[in-house]
Design a protein around this ligand. Structure first.
Ligand SMILES: Cc1cc2nc3c(=O)[nH]c(=O)nc-3n(C[C@H](O)[C@H](O)[C@H](O)COP(=O)(O)O)c2cc1C
Length: 242
């Protein structure tokens, strides 16, 4: 068993690295998005185990469309500098659109609630636009993570099915990190600079960037990492038909 504390809201809090991989329930409920990491690199053997786990993700017709690029060491530092510059210059080159204004009704309310919780955790006062921009810009230094997995995919039709497959892969990757005492954060924000990243890493235009997962050892002492995003009850998401 691990050093897991079961919280009253059903979630699980880990105090430090588990001595063995977590159980399924522990893994699912302990996973969360970390936004501050220790600089310590993850040993290659452990990264390989996570990649082996993610490889078992399901996909449409077993096409396994994930093309993952892992960036670490000096390369991730340099990429962080490039993306920060491009972000300041607003030189966006996304492969896929992302329009938060599309969210409506309950989805829009959840997005607003998420923004409040996120900026509060980042120590940003309401209405402080400069601080807000700075907090969001931390995406581009990967929140201090020593590694990033860039989830590229081939483009097929309207890409909805492939996008679903990449989502499956991303969640398996995140759960594997959690089970092994690591942590990660999925980042759509990195996809806003798809072309810049392709050019930097020499990746073919045929591959499109869906999102990234920055990962490493979470800094459990960072206040931003204490944030727990809530969930609506199952009854609001599921309808039973008899
Ligand atoms: C595909 C995807 C992309 C995301 N992109 C970002 C991002 O660019 N930056 C960020 O800080 N969080 C990002 N998130 C994290 C979400 O905000 C987070 O998953 C959500 O608020 C629920 O919190 P939890 O992951 O801690 O349970 C993303 C999540 C997903 C699934």
């Amino acid at each position: 068993m691990s050093n897991a504390t079961h919280l009253s809201n059903g979630l699980i809090e880990l105090e430090n690295e588990p001595s063995q991989t977590l159980s399924f329930e522990e893994t699912v409920r302990a996973r969360r998005s970390f936004r501050s990491f220790l600089p310590t690199p993850v040993p290659n053997a452990q990264i390989k185990q996570v990649l082996e786990d993610a490889q078992y993700s399901p996909s449409n017709c077993n096409t396994q469309p994930w093309n993952t690029h892992i960036v670490s060491g000096e390369k991730i530092k340099e990429l962080g500098r490039i993306l920060t510059e491009q972000n300041e210059a607003e030189n966006f080159t996304p492969d896929f659109s992302f329009d938060m204004e599309c969210f409506y009704g309950a989805y829009s309310e959840r997005r607003i609630e998420h923004g409040k919780t996120f900026y509060e955790a980042m120590g940003v006062a309401r209405g402080d636009k400069i601080a807000r921009h700075k907090a969001a810009a931390k995406n581009y230094t990967f929140y201090g993570a020593p590694h990033v997995a860039l989830l590229f995919m081939p483009s097929f039709g309207d890409n909805v099915r492939v996008g679903g497959d990449i989502g499956m892969y991303g969640q398996t990757f995140l759960l594997s990190l959690t089970a092994r005492g690591l942590g990660g954060i999925p980042q759509t924000a990195i996809g806003f600079f798809a072309q810049t990243i392709r050019e930097y890493l020499g990746i073919s235009d045929e591959l499109k960037l869906m999102f990234a997962i920055a990962f490493g050892y979470p800094d459990f002492t960072a206040p931003v990492n204490s944030v727990r995003m809530g969930r609506v009850p199952v009854s609001e998401s599921v309808t039973f038909h008899h």
